[in-house]
Design a protein around this ligand. Sequence first.
Ligand code: FAD
Length: 487
Amino acid sequence: MASQEPVNPSHAVFDLFIQAQSCKDVKHHFVELCSELDINPKDFRTFYTKLKERLNYWKAKALWTKLDKRASHEDYQQGKVCSKNKCLVLGAGPCGLRTAIELTLLGAQVVVVEKREDFSRNNVLHLWPFTIYDLRGLGAKKFYGKFCSGSLDHISIRQLQLILLKVSLLLGVEVHTGVEYQGLIEPSGENGWMAKLQPRSHPAAAFQFDVFISAGGGRFVPDGFKHKELRGKLAIGITANFINGNTAAEAQVAEISGVARIYNQKFFQELLTETGIDLENIVYYKDDTHYFVMTAKKKSLLKKGVIKQDYADAEQLLAPANVDHEALCRYARDAAFFSTGGKLSDLEFAQNHAGEPDVAVFDFTCMHRAENASLVRERRGQKLLMGLVGDCLVEPFWPLGTGIARGFLAAFDAAWMVRRWGKGVPHLKVLAERESIYQLLSQTTPDNTSKNYAQCSIDPKTRYQSVNLSSIQAHQVQHLYDVDKSY
Ligand code: FAD
């Protein structure tokens, strides 16, 4: 009889943690792992070191090698540069988590609060080469074997969140799900800056911090920040996810990385003639699902009965009551079928978080962008550095696939700002530098950012081809410093 190898329970739990496919499972197996190894995750300063010492497992070692390489970068000064800082991060979307990882590497105590309990977005994000390189460096492939294999350059939002959640936890970030941020509480008595959270009695409500990073997603504007509206011509986006059965036939179907209308008029004309569907563009990625994102013309949506009644106002036009869901499903399915040459013959919708066909319509007519990326507030002599990252800084137009790359650039820029703060640089200088860098963000492309990916770090000079950290001067950001002068 073949002898069974004795299984070390902590190794088995580690495997479960690595493979976990939902936020709840990740957290559950993480707690189990900590208990198996008798490590308190609240001891953030020693957590990762103890984990490495106590989990003597070859699979874990390959991951430690990657994380150690990252952590040894000179920017972090061995985790000492921000060892006195405490950071609250709002939102466990990809940008909140990516920022949290950098802040913990800088040595700060980092707490993330996320109002949702689970990660459910099937939609797929396009990754620029530097983001792929960055995520590989964090061990993405260990958590998700299919990560960007071959020429793939995309990942579903939920997979990306799972990877980043696992890395965050391993490095000592505290992540609380099911906790909603409702505002800041100003210092009083013995207490410093705190957050009003729901549930109110949640332990994270007692956390006092000197850095607040908001990564609350599109249109989330924390108190003190202003958004600019960039109103363009009417742009109606549709996303659809179909089940990927991973068959050989499905594997043969070519992806569409962005068929812009001006480049492929013939395709769009044929689509219109044969189906009555009129699109500006369409993107198809084969990922955990078959994912499509397209921009559709209003006239064809009205004609096909997707939009019931015409309104000049985009919000009214796309209000749920004015959209026929079944017609929308047909529209998206037909567009997907036609654009893949009929090769995806069995297009069955994947389910969304509500257990319904994963198809949705979005309004991109009016995009938002924050006027500033940073602020400093001072109350009762206690300063709070505030920064925005991700979609709440600049809302992306999804078909262009710029969102997550610019989101990560901003996450690194925010981490650099916190590094400067941690080093004691005067607050107006910190703000002026951050705003100088922010000016570059919306113009970034894979071509005008550094291609020396191995050198890319949170230092803006390693990522932007030409960056002038003093293009905005301290005296120009006085308005971003909000102090209670009477105190
Ligand atoms: P998000 O990923 O939106 O994360 C923000 C997080 O903050 C969320 O988890 C949210 O629950 C949490 N949060 C918000 N308010 C609070 C609060 N008060 N308290 C606690 N937590 C809070 N991009 C594409 O390129 N293609 C797509 O097809 C696409 N589809 C999308 C579909 C949906 C439904 C959404 C919301 C976004 C989509 N995006 C898409 C955008 C993409 O998800 C983001 O660009 C990317 O995830 C990075 O965003 P982020 O981390 O800044 O914000």
